[in-house]
Design a protein around this ligand. Sequence first.
Ligand SMILES: *Cc1c(COP(=O)(O)O)cnc(C)c1O
Length: 404
Amino acid sequence: MIDIKKIRSDFPILSRKINGKDLVYFDNAATSQTPKQVIDVIVDYYTRLNSNIHRGVHKLSQEATDAYEKARVKIQKHFNVAKSCQIIFTAGTTESINLVASGYSKFLKSDDELIISALEHHSNIVPWQMLCEKTGAILKVIPMSLDGTLDMNTFYNLLSSKTKLVFVNHVSNALGTVNPIEDIIIKAHEYGAKVLVDGAQACPHIKPDLQALDVDFYVTSAHKLCGPTGVGMLYGKLELLKSLPPYQGGGEMISTVTFEKTTYADLPHKFEAGTPNIAGGIAFGAALDYMNSIGFDNIAEYENELLNYATNALKKIDGIKIYGEVKNKTAVISFNIKGIHPYDIGSILDQLGIAVRTGHHCAQPIMDFFAIPGTVRASFSFYNTFVEIDRFVEAVNKAATMLK
Ligand SMILES: *Cc1c(COP(=O)(O)O)cnc(C)c1O
């Protein structure tokens, strides 16, 4: 059960007024809000622990290193990963994907094939296009269907012994569709292809078991699951992380440096050049603690109720079209109202204190597929309420009337 009053009191920002109205924050798929339990950890870090990690013999450095490495273990446990060195701290999903894509240039030759889905965020498209340009590998796309799901039969036909990598998001940020990654992983492995799953949009709602999934790489960002911006993770299978070359050179990632030859540090440090976002890493761990204290089953159940309630209410509005209405989706509603530009609806909602996202949501191919410039996207979190949805639906109604 969700104790909504208690939960909302954990998020200071939720009591803000916007344009004289109580803030309604429905842009959770872009970034989540931060509870005071996580803010306190960041303040505490700079108040009591601030120093560089892994280098100093002094007490502060030891304590900071300890807290940072404890966070890594928390992340390892949360995702049921065998060894903590398989969790690489990065700046977020985007950097994690770039790290893998950049390293893969070592393994690819021209005519190798990579498979991507039509539902991807730009950050899971562009790094692979750059990799293809560099190596001559070919990018194939799993098409989507009108309901926002992937066309799996075409995917099975795209797979061949030429396929080296498949990358797909766990949940689509633009539509909320939960993709059948279990099936994708099993089928790709039958051809010896590796799979990278972009979990940025899934991890705020689902607790994935990475060993059970048998996924090769899994990436996510902290800022979508109640953590701070600028930190995230890359999970990889041990032998893959060992064979992948370092991403950046610098301090912390070496074993020995001479001008003749440098040897690299062991995992995870090989991929963690330079001073990391120490406070961010520690806060990432605290954010997982916070979400686990509420419980992912409770979160999923409550968000699903919010989703159904909002979907039913919105559907009563004249001329509304919701994109990607499938059973298995997270609490995201992407919609348009006939004859009205999504940006205009977003602006009126903003005047009424309601934050939604409008535009292509970094997923332009999906918008092209529906032949629209963009959508209005409302995305809910476990700290949102039914009363907020009532206000939102009333505001959308008002906008529709004003703009018609
Ligand atoms: C947000 C998001 C990203 C990008 O995450 P960053 O934190 O901006 O690097 C990538 N993929 C999906 C599905 C997302 O929702």
